[in-house]
Design a protein. Structure first.
Length: 98
């Protein structure tokens, strides 16, 4: 969130989860259009990595439905929305920094 806001972009918390556990999802938008959803996952070597999550559609209603479904299975889930000017660059940098 800080990185997006420092670049003059928008960020908001869509769902606040438990501060110590739960999944973390980042909904990456550009000008209100969904570009990707990234999930922080633990890799085999014990490091966290960001991986894209596949959804049926980029439509806001479908993204909201996806997040609601995930929240039903993980009450501790955090979901953060970022609306960034250069989403491809942001996603690439996020994957590199884990």
């Amino acid at each position: 969130m800080r990185r997006a806001e420092q670049a003059g972009d928008f960020s908001t918390i869509l769902k606040k989860g438990d501060p110590d556990r739960g999944s973390l999802l980042i909904v990456v938008n550009s000008r209100g259009r969904n570009v990707a959803i990234l999930e922080r996952v633990l890799s085999i070597d014990g490091d966290y990595q960001w991986r894209p999550v596949t959804t049926d559609s980029a439509e806001p209603a479908k993204v909201a439905e996806f997040l609601a479904k995930r929240a039903r299975f993980d009450e501790d889930l955090w979901a953060i929305e970022l609306d960034v000017a250069d989403p491809e660059r942001f996603i690439a940098e996020t994957k590199l920094t884990g």
